[in-house]
Design a protein around this ligand. Structure first.
Ligand SMILES: *Cc1c(COP(=O)(O)O)cnc(C)c1O
Length: 358
Protein backbone atom coordinates (compact mmCIF):
# COMPACT_ATOMS: atom_id res chain seq x y z
CA UNK A 1 0.00 0.00 0.00
CA UNK A 2 1.49 3.33 -1.00
CA UNK A 3 0.80 5.98 1.55
CA UNK A 4 0.64 9.71 0.96
CA UNK A 5 2.28 11.89 3.61
CA UNK A 6 -0.07 14.61 4.75
CA UNK A 7 1.15 18.18 5.17
CA UNK A 8 -2.33 19.66 4.88
CA UNK A 9 -3.67 21.02 8.18
CA UNK A 10 -5.62 17.96 9.21
CA UNK A 11 -5.93 15.08 9.35
CA UNK A 12 -2.16 14.93 9.73
CA UNK A 13 0.33 12.04 9.64
CA UNK A 14 -0.16 9.38 12.29
CA UNK A 15 3.02 7.66 13.46
CA UNK A 16 3.42 3.88 13.23
CA UNK A 17 3.93 3.62 16.99
CA UNK A 18 0.57 5.38 17.52
CA UNK A 19 -1.20 2.93 15.22
CA UNK A 20 0.42 0.13 17.17
CA UNK A 21 -0.83 1.54 20.48
CA UNK A 22 -4.31 1.76 18.99
CA UNK A 23 -4.33 -1.95 18.25
CA UNK A 24 -4.26 -2.88 21.96
CA UNK A 25 -6.93 -5.46 22.87
CA UNK A 26 -10.49 -4.21 23.39
CA UNK A 27 -11.79 -3.61 26.92
CA UNK A 28 -15.24 -3.03 28.35
CA UNK A 29 -16.17 0.59 28.98
CA UNK A 30 -18.01 -0.06 32.26
CA UNK A 31 -15.21 -1.76 34.16
CA UNK A 32 -11.96 -1.02 35.92
CA UNK A 33 -9.85 -1.36 32.76
CA UNK A 34 -11.56 1.66 31.27
CA UNK A 35 -11.50 3.58 34.55
CA UNK A 36 -7.75 2.97 34.70
CA UNK A 37 -7.26 4.19 31.13
CA UNK A 38 -9.28 7.39 31.67
CA UNK A 39 -7.63 7.99 35.06
CA UNK A 40 -4.21 7.72 33.46
CA UNK A 41 -4.83 10.23 30.67
CA UNK A 42 -6.98 12.68 32.66
CA UNK A 43 -4.29 14.57 34.66
CA UNK A 44 -2.15 14.89 31.52
CA UNK A 45 -5.07 16.39 29.63
CA UNK A 46 -5.79 18.81 32.47
CA UNK A 47 -2.21 19.98 32.25
CA UNK A 48 -2.45 20.55 28.50
CA UNK A 49 -5.73 22.44 28.88
CA UNK A 50 -4.33 24.41 31.82
CA UNK A 51 -7.31 23.54 34.01
CA UNK A 52 -8.39 21.85 37.21
CA UNK A 53 -11.85 21.31 35.72
CA UNK A 54 -12.88 17.92 34.37
CA UNK A 55 -11.77 16.93 30.88
CA UNK A 56 -14.48 15.00 29.03
CA UNK A 57 -14.07 12.62 26.10
CA UNK A 58 -16.55 12.75 23.24
CA UNK A 59 -16.75 10.16 20.51
CA UNK A 60 -17.39 12.67 17.75
CA UNK A 61 -15.38 15.09 15.73
CA UNK A 62 -14.82 18.58 17.17
CA UNK A 63 -18.03 19.88 15.60
CA UNK A 64 -20.03 17.71 17.97
CA UNK A 65 -18.74 19.73 20.91
CA UNK A 66 -18.85 23.03 19.02
CA UNK A 67 -22.57 22.42 18.54
CA UNK A 68 -22.97 21.06 22.08
CA UNK A 69 -21.39 24.17 23.62
CA UNK A 70 -23.95 26.54 22.12
CA UNK A 71 -26.83 24.16 22.86
CA UNK A 72 -25.81 23.65 26.48
CA UNK A 73 -24.82 27.19 27.35
CA UNK A 74 -26.95 29.83 25.67
CA UNK A 75 -30.45 30.88 26.68
CA UNK A 76 -30.11 34.49 25.53
CA UNK A 77 -27.95 35.17 22.50
CA UNK A 78 -24.69 33.81 21.12
CA UNK A 79 -21.96 36.08 19.80
CA UNK A 80 -19.92 34.10 17.27
CA UNK A 81 -16.53 35.68 16.50
CA UNK A 82 -16.16 35.11 12.75
CA UNK A 83 -12.92 35.47 10.76
CA UNK A 84 -12.55 32.30 8.73
CA UNK A 85 -14.31 29.17 7.54
CA UNK A 86 -14.59 27.37 10.90
CA UNK A 87 -15.62 30.40 12.94
CA UNK A 88 -18.11 31.54 10.25
CA UNK A 89 -19.66 28.08 10.26
CA UNK A 90 -20.15 28.28 14.04
CA UNK A 91 -22.67 31.10 13.51
CA UNK A 92 -24.59 28.90 11.07
CA UNK A 93 -24.49 26.01 13.56
CA UNK A 94 -25.82 28.25 16.38
CA UNK A 95 -28.71 29.33 14.17
CA UNK A 96 -29.45 25.78 13.07
CA UNK A 97 -29.80 24.88 16.75
CA UNK A 98 -32.60 27.44 16.89
CA UNK A 99 -30.61 29.90 18.97
CA UNK A 100 -30.45 33.65 18.78
CA UNK A 101 -27.00 34.34 17.33
CA UNK A 102 -25.04 37.16 15.77
CA UNK A 103 -21.54 37.52 14.40
CA UNK A 104 -18.66 39.75 15.32
CA UNK A 105 -16.82 39.65 12.03
CA UNK A 106 -13.33 40.43 10.85
CA UNK A 107 -12.05 40.00 7.30
CA UNK A 108 -10.63 36.57 6.51
CA UNK A 109 -6.92 36.97 7.22
CA UNK A 110 -7.48 39.46 10.05
CA UNK A 111 -7.77 38.74 13.78
CA UNK A 112 -10.81 39.45 15.97
CA UNK A 113 -10.61 42.92 17.51
CA UNK A 114 -11.00 42.86 21.32
CA UNK A 115 -12.22 46.50 21.32
CA UNK A 116 -15.06 45.64 18.94
CA UNK A 117 -15.89 42.63 21.10
CA UNK A 118 -16.12 44.85 24.18
CA UNK A 119 -18.54 47.16 22.36
CA UNK A 120 -20.78 44.25 21.41
CA UNK A 121 -20.80 42.73 24.88
CA UNK A 122 -21.55 46.08 26.52
CA UNK A 123 -25.03 45.92 24.92
CA UNK A 124 -25.86 43.21 27.47
CA UNK A 125 -27.56 41.14 24.75
CA UNK A 126 -25.25 38.13 24.90
CA UNK A 127 -24.63 35.23 27.28
CA UNK A 128 -22.08 33.28 25.21
CA UNK A 129 -19.06 34.07 23.01
CA UNK A 130 -17.49 31.55 20.64
CA UNK A 131 -13.92 31.98 19.46
CA UNK A 132 -11.70 29.89 17.21
CA UNK A 133 -8.20 30.32 18.64
CA UNK A 134 -6.32 29.31 15.52
CA UNK A 135 -8.34 29.78 12.31
CA UNK A 136 -7.05 26.81 10.35
CA UNK A 137 -8.55 28.17 7.12
CA UNK A 138 -6.60 31.46 7.17
CA UNK A 139 -3.60 30.74 9.41
CA UNK A 140 -4.63 33.53 11.80
CA UNK A 141 -4.11 33.03 15.52
CA UNK A 142 -6.46 35.31 17.44
CA UNK A 143 -5.17 37.36 20.41
CA UNK A 144 -6.54 34.99 23.03
CA UNK A 145 -5.45 36.76 26.18
CA UNK A 146 -6.84 40.15 25.12
CA UNK A 147 -10.13 38.57 24.04
CA UNK A 148 -10.46 36.44 27.19
CA UNK A 149 -9.79 39.53 29.32
CA UNK A 150 -12.66 41.37 27.64
CA UNK A 151 -15.09 38.47 28.18
CA UNK A 152 -13.97 38.18 31.84
CA UNK A 153 -15.30 41.70 32.47
CA UNK A 154 -18.83 40.39 31.90
CA UNK A 155 -19.86 38.06 34.72
CA UNK A 156 -22.82 36.49 32.95
CA UNK A 157 -21.08 35.89 29.61
CA UNK A 158 -19.35 32.55 29.02
CA UNK A 159 -16.46 31.98 26.59
CA UNK A 160 -16.12 28.87 24.43
CA UNK A 161 -12.77 28.32 22.72
CA UNK A 162 -11.96 26.05 19.80
CA UNK A 163 -8.30 24.96 20.00
CA UNK A 164 -8.56 22.24 17.35
CA UNK A 165 -5.38 23.33 15.55
CA UNK A 166 -3.51 25.01 18.44
CA UNK A 167 -3.89 22.50 21.29
CA UNK A 168 -0.45 21.26 22.45
CA UNK A 169 1.23 23.59 19.93
CA UNK A 170 1.15 26.68 22.16
CA UNK A 171 0.28 26.85 25.89
CA UNK A 172 -3.46 27.09 26.69
CA UNK A 173 -4.26 28.35 30.20
CA UNK A 174 -8.01 27.82 30.48
CA UNK A 175 -8.27 28.56 34.21
CA UNK A 176 -5.92 31.52 34.22
CA UNK A 177 -7.75 33.13 31.32
CA UNK A 178 -11.19 32.22 32.68
CA UNK A 179 -12.26 30.27 29.59
CA UNK A 180 -15.41 28.24 30.25
CA UNK A 181 -15.17 25.61 27.55
CA UNK A 182 -12.01 24.64 25.69
CA UNK A 183 -12.39 21.98 23.03
CA UNK A 184 -10.13 20.18 20.61
CA UNK A 185 -10.14 17.25 18.20
CA UNK A 186 -7.85 14.29 17.68
CA UNK A 187 -6.75 14.55 14.04
CA UNK A 188 -4.83 17.81 14.03
CA UNK A 189 -2.19 18.88 16.53
CA UNK A 190 -2.52 15.63 18.52
CA UNK A 191 -1.66 13.58 15.42
CA UNK A 192 -4.28 10.89 15.99
CA UNK A 193 -6.85 9.59 13.52
CA UNK A 194 -10.18 11.52 13.52
CA UNK A 195 -13.15 10.59 15.70
CA UNK A 196 -12.39 11.91 19.18
CA UNK A 197 -13.09 15.32 20.71
CA UNK A 198 -11.77 16.46 24.09
CA UNK A 199 -13.19 19.30 26.13
CA UNK A 200 -13.23 20.96 29.50
CA UNK A 201 -16.16 22.78 31.14
CA UNK A 202 -15.88 25.30 34.00
CA UNK A 203 -18.06 25.17 37.15
CA UNK A 204 -19.93 28.27 35.98
CA UNK A 205 -20.67 26.72 32.62
CA UNK A 206 -21.84 23.47 34.19
CA UNK A 207 -24.21 25.48 36.43
CA UNK A 208 -25.51 27.31 33.40
CA UNK A 209 -26.14 24.01 31.57
CA UNK A 210 -28.44 22.90 34.41
CA UNK A 211 -30.90 25.67 33.57
CA UNK A 212 -30.65 25.32 29.77
CA UNK A 213 -33.54 23.40 28.19
CA UNK A 214 -33.29 20.97 25.24
CA UNK A 215 -29.71 19.89 25.73
CA UNK A 216 -30.52 16.56 24.12
CA UNK A 217 -28.74 13.41 25.27
CA UNK A 218 -25.61 12.58 23.30
CA UNK A 219 -23.98 15.96 23.88
CA UNK A 220 -25.50 16.88 27.24
CA UNK A 221 -22.70 18.35 29.38
CA UNK A 222 -24.43 17.09 32.54
CA UNK A 223 -24.36 13.51 31.21
CA UNK A 224 -20.64 13.88 30.54
CA UNK A 225 -20.15 15.17 34.06
CA UNK A 226 -22.20 12.48 35.77
CA UNK A 227 -20.19 9.79 34.01
CA UNK A 228 -16.90 11.61 34.52
CA UNK A 229 -17.45 11.29 38.27
CA UNK A 230 -17.00 7.52 37.73
CA UNK A 231 -14.23 8.09 35.14
CA UNK A 232 -16.54 6.90 32.38
CA UNK A 233 -18.33 8.34 29.36
CA UNK A 234 -22.11 8.57 28.67
CA UNK A 235 -22.00 6.09 25.77
CA UNK A 236 -19.47 3.59 24.42
CA UNK A 237 -16.37 5.62 23.55
CA UNK A 238 -13.80 5.14 20.76
CA UNK A 239 -11.55 3.03 22.97
CA UNK A 240 -8.92 2.43 20.27
CA UNK A 241 -8.46 6.17 19.82
CA UNK A 242 -8.11 6.54 23.59
CA UNK A 243 -5.24 4.04 23.53
CA UNK A 244 -3.70 6.19 20.82
CA UNK A 245 -4.29 9.30 22.92
CA UNK A 246 -2.64 7.68 25.94
CA UNK A 247 0.37 6.90 23.77
CA UNK A 248 0.55 10.42 22.29
CA UNK A 249 0.23 12.01 25.75
CA UNK A 250 3.11 9.89 27.02
CA UNK A 251 5.18 11.05 24.05
CA UNK A 252 4.20 14.68 24.68
CA UNK A 253 5.26 14.57 28.32
CA UNK A 254 8.42 12.56 27.55
CA UNK A 255 9.41 15.27 25.08
CA UNK A 256 8.44 17.94 27.61
CA UNK A 257 5.86 20.67 27.02
CA UNK A 258 8.37 23.47 26.55
CA UNK A 259 10.41 21.38 24.12
CA UNK A 260 7.22 20.56 22.22
CA UNK A 261 6.20 24.21 21.95
CA UNK A 262 9.73 25.10 20.83
CA UNK A 263 9.75 22.32 18.22
CA UNK A 264 6.53 23.63 16.68
CA UNK A 265 7.91 27.16 16.67
CA UNK A 266 11.09 26.00 14.95
CA UNK A 267 9.31 23.89 12.30
CA UNK A 268 6.88 26.74 11.66
CA UNK A 269 9.86 29.09 11.18
CA UNK A 270 11.35 26.68 8.62
CA UNK A 271 8.15 27.00 6.57
CA UNK A 272 8.19 30.79 7.01
CA UNK A 273 11.79 30.88 5.76
CA UNK A 274 10.70 28.90 2.71
CA UNK A 275 7.86 31.38 2.07
CA UNK A 276 10.32 34.25 2.15
CA UNK A 277 12.96 32.51 0.03
CA UNK A 278 10.41 31.80 -2.69
CA UNK A 279 8.97 35.31 -2.54
CA UNK A 280 5.51 34.34 -1.48
CA UNK A 281 3.46 36.45 0.95
CA UNK A 282 1.72 35.40 4.13
CA UNK A 283 -2.08 35.53 4.19
CA UNK A 284 -2.10 36.35 7.92
CA UNK A 285 -0.52 39.56 9.26
CA UNK A 286 2.69 39.50 11.29
CA UNK A 287 2.03 39.00 15.00
CA UNK A 288 -1.12 36.94 14.35
CA UNK A 289 0.35 33.97 12.51
CA UNK A 290 -0.38 30.41 13.50
CA UNK A 291 2.42 28.24 14.88
CA UNK A 292 0.90 25.01 13.59
CA UNK A 293 0.34 25.83 9.95
CA UNK A 294 1.19 28.48 7.40
CA UNK A 295 -1.40 29.98 5.08
CA UNK A 296 0.49 31.31 2.06
CA UNK A 297 -0.92 33.88 -0.37
CA UNK A 298 -0.58 32.74 -3.97
CA UNK A 299 0.85 36.11 -5.05
CA UNK A 300 2.85 34.42 -7.84
CA UNK A 301 -0.36 33.06 -9.28
CA UNK A 302 0.85 29.49 -9.68
CA UNK A 303 -1.47 26.64 -10.61
CA UNK A 304 -1.87 25.23 -7.09
CA UNK A 305 -3.94 22.10 -7.92
CA UNK A 306 -1.43 21.09 -10.64
CA UNK A 307 1.47 21.63 -8.23
CA UNK A 308 -0.17 19.50 -5.55
CA UNK A 309 -0.85 16.79 -8.11
CA UNK A 310 2.84 16.75 -9.06
CA UNK A 311 4.07 16.54 -5.46
CA UNK A 312 1.63 13.72 -4.82
CA UNK A 313 2.73 11.75 -7.89
CA UNK A 314 6.45 12.37 -7.62
CA UNK A 315 7.01 12.55 -3.85
CA UNK A 316 3.90 10.92 -2.36
CA UNK A 317 3.01 13.90 -0.20
CA UNK A 318 0.51 16.73 -0.27
CA UNK A 319 -0.08 20.20 1.13
CA UNK A 320 -3.50 21.88 0.99
CA UNK A 321 -4.68 24.08 -1.87
CA UNK A 322 -6.67 26.58 0.22
CA UNK A 323 -10.01 26.36 1.99
CA UNK A 324 -13.45 27.73 1.16
CA UNK A 325 -13.51 31.07 -0.57
CA UNK A 326 -9.68 31.37 -0.57
CA UNK A 327 -9.11 28.05 -2.33
CA UNK A 328 -6.52 28.55 -5.08
CA UNK A 329 -5.62 32.08 -3.98
CA UNK A 330 -3.87 30.58 -0.95
CA UNK A 331 -2.28 27.27 -0.01
CA UNK A 332 -1.59 25.85 3.44
CA UNK A 333 1.30 23.87 4.90
CA UNK A 334 1.00 22.10 8.25
CA UNK A 335 3.80 21.57 10.75
CA UNK A 336 1.59 19.94 13.38
CA UNK A 337 1.95 16.69 15.26
CA UNK A 338 4.95 14.40 15.22
CA UNK A 339 6.93 16.22 12.51
CA UNK A 340 10.66 16.84 12.92
CA UNK A 341 13.29 19.10 11.36
CA UNK A 342 14.13 16.21 9.07
CA UNK A 343 10.58 15.52 7.85
CA UNK A 344 9.77 19.21 7.37
CA UNK A 345 13.05 19.63 5.46
CA UNK A 346 12.14 16.69 3.20
CA UNK A 347 8.68 18.11 2.61
CA UNK A 348 10.06 21.55 1.72
CA UNK A 349 12.53 19.97 -0.71
CA UNK A 350 9.73 18.00 -2.35
CA UNK A 351 7.41 20.97 -2.76
CA UNK A 352 10.32 23.08 -4.09
CA UNK A 353 11.28 20.39 -6.58
CA UNK A 354 7.74 20.25 -7.97
CA UNK A 355 7.25 24.04 -7.77
CA UNK A 356 9.92 24.55 -10.44
CA UNK A 357 7.58 23.22 -13.15
CA UNK A 358 4.75 25.55 -12.09
C1 LIG B 1 -10.67 21.00 11.67
C2 LIG B 1 -11.26 22.07 12.51
C3 LIG B 1 -12.56 21.95 13.02
C4 LIG B 1 -13.49 20.84 12.68
O1 LIG B 1 -13.10 19.65 13.14
P1 LIG B 1 -13.93 18.31 12.81
O2 LIG B 1 -13.04 17.32 13.39
O3 LIG B 1 -14.06 18.22 11.32
O4 LIG B 1 -15.23 18.44 13.49
C5 LIG B 1 -13.01 22.95 13.82
N1 LIG B 1 -12.26 24.02 14.13
C6 LIG B 1 -11.03 24.17 13.65
C7 LIG B 1 -10.24 25.37 14.01
C8 LIG B 1 -10.48 23.20 12.83
O5 LIG B 1 -9.24 23.34 12.35
Amino acid sequence: MSSIKLYNPGPVNVSTDTYQAMSSAMIGHRGSDFVNLYSDIHPKLQKLFGTNSPVYLSTSSAWGIMEAAVRNLSTKKVLNCCNGAFSDKWLDVSQRCGLEAESLSAEWGSPIDPVELDKKLSTGEFDLVTLVHNETSTGVMNPLKEIANVVSKYDDVLLVLDTVSSFSVVPIDADELGIDVVLTGSQKALALPPGLALFTVSDNALEKAKSTPNRGYYFDFLEFHKNWEKMMTPSTPCISLLYGLQHQLNKIFDEGLDARFERHEKLNQMVHDWVQLHEFNHFAPEGFRSKSLTCVANNKNIDVPAWIKRMREKHSLIINGGYGKIKGSTFRISNMGDESVETIQQMLEAITDTLEDS
